[in-house]
Design a protein around this ligand. Structure first.
Ligand code: E4P
Length: 226
């Protein structure tokens, strides 16, 4: 399963890339609004696309088909790894089909049901993004749609990849993996939570302590750099 990071924060993108933990990026207008400051949007998007070796989803803001297609072409021209995000609306599905016809990869976002996901696949989406956490937020079981979409796609051999989005905690990642999502996109704080376990920390402390007691030399960062 591929792991994307759901952020527009370059520091976090670079940290995850350095750790080898990132197969792609998803952004959205809300995430961009948090990091833009006084930089131009074009510069910001280019920097993000260049920071990772993998697909980078950038979202259109137009809501009509022609506007989405025009903006999608512009976004796709930023870098080869850009995937254009369009909303799962009637106009978005038409835009998806058109962009796909021009060889531009599309991530159909704001998907909340298996029926919507079926249409995204038929429109030729490269990725479909079911928003798990937002479904949980309204007291429905978000993860259920991942297994339904998986079954539908497998029944018909659709190649659209299921990109589980709106991920709130590590258990969402594990469940999405068990249900066969192709990708999860995780906020940086969830990514780092995937790494950590208190028993790992405690175990490591004990190993170091025991080595110290036995006078075994313990390399430090400084000694490794020397
Ligand atoms: C996906 O591409 C979206 O950017 C994202 O996962 C939305 O998550 P949220 O519901 O936490 O805003």
């Amino acid at each position: 399963m591929k792991i994307f990071v759901d952020t527009a924060d370059l520091k976090e993108i670079r940290r995850a890339a350095k750790a080898g933990l990132i197969d792609g990026i998803t952004t959205n207008p809300s995430l961009l609004s948090k990091v833009l400051g006084d930089r131009s949007l074009a510069d910001c998007l280019k920097e993000i696309a260049d920071a990772v070796d993998g697909p980078v989803s950038l979202e259109v803001l137009a809501t009509d088909t022609d506007g989405m297609v025009a903006q999608g072409r512009e976004l796709a021209s930023i870098a080869e790894n850009v995937v254009v995000k369009v909303p799962l609306t009637e106009d978005g599905l038409v835009a998806c089909r058109q962009l796909r016809g021009e060889g531009i990869g599309v991530n159909v976002t704001l998907c909340f049901s298996p029926s919507q996901a079926l249409l995204a696949a038929k429109a030729g989406a490269r990725f479909v993004s079911p928003f798990i956490g937002r479904i949980d937020d309204i007291s429905h079981e978000g993860m259920g749609i991942i297994s339904q979409i998986r079954e539908i796609y497998d029944n018909y051999g659709f190649e659209t990849e299921i990109l589980a989005a709106s991920i709130r905690h590590p258990l969402h990642v594990v469940e999405a993996a068990l249900l066969g999502a192709d990708i999860v996109t995780v906020p940086p704080e969830v990514l780092w939570k995937l790494v950590n376990h208190p028993l790992t920390d405690r175990g490591l402390e004990r190993f170091i302590e025991d080595a110290r007691k036995a006078d075994i030399e313990i390399p430090t960062r400084e000694s490794a750099e020397a």
